[in-house]
Design a protein around this ligand. Structure first.
Ligand code: MN
Length: 209
């Protein structure tokens, strides 16, 4: 059984950038529904062993066909939102509002600068038609042996884990993530979201990848 993780902060902690009501519904209704629907789907099959969320998403062809779409959508939803809550944080000041260490070196090397990275990431979020996500992913499978950073966007609840890539930062651009406060103005939501990115957590995930 998968369970809904607690938010690492209060529902109102990301105000004024992400409003309390949106966080309540997003975590308590949307994410909770992905967890329930995933458990319901898995309960209909005989499982020889308990698979982790990474194992489920990493090889969906191993999931029985009759529940594959449900698992794809709901395991994806569970994994994506579990990461999303962690890569945001309230009360970020000064240096904590920017990446540092090895991560900023990698960002500079790939994108030119942090500002250029933000522009590209924002553009990917604006360009994702309909519901989906934008990601900064670490791809450790490069020939140089170096972890490669790339920006990718995925439809619906698809996860970079489905392509063997490790997401280290993710932005939910489903309307349910912003519509109450920002209505159709996705650009304003993304601009505000940069204020709550938890770079320490992103760096931790980069180092692990
Ligand atoms: Mn969402």
């Amino acid at each position: 059984m998968f369970t809904l993780p607690d938010l690492p902060y209060a529902y109102n902690a990301l105000e004024p950038y992400i409003d309390e009501r949106t966080m309540q519904i997003h975590h308590g209704k949307h994410h909770a529904a992905y967890v329930k629907n995933l458990n319901d789907a898995l309960a209909t099959i005989q499982q020889s062993d308990k698979l982790t969320i990474q194992q489920l998403l990493g090889d969906l062809s191993k999931v029985p066909e009759e529940i594959q779409t449900k698992v794809r959508n709901n395991a994806g939803g569970h994994a994506n939102h579990s990461l999303f809550w962690q890569v945001m944080s309230p009360n970020l000041k000064g240096e904590s509002r920017r990446p540092s260490g090895e991560l900023v070196k990698a960002i500079d090397a790939v994108f030119g600068s942090f500002e250029k990275f933000q522009e590209q990431f924002t553009a990917a979020g604006m360009g994702r038609f309909g519901s989906g996500w934008v990601w900064l992913v670490a791809d450790p499978s490069t020939s140089s042996g170096q972890v490669k950073l790339t920006i990718v966007d995925t439809p619906n609840q698809d996860s970079p884990l489905m392509d063997g890539k490790t997401p280290i930062l993710g932005l939910d651009v489903w309307e349910h993530a912003y519509y109450l406060k920002y209505q159709n103005m996705r650009a304003d939501y993304i601009k505000a979201w940069w204020n709550v990115v938890n770079w320490k957590e992103v760096e931790k995930r980069f180092t692990t990848a």
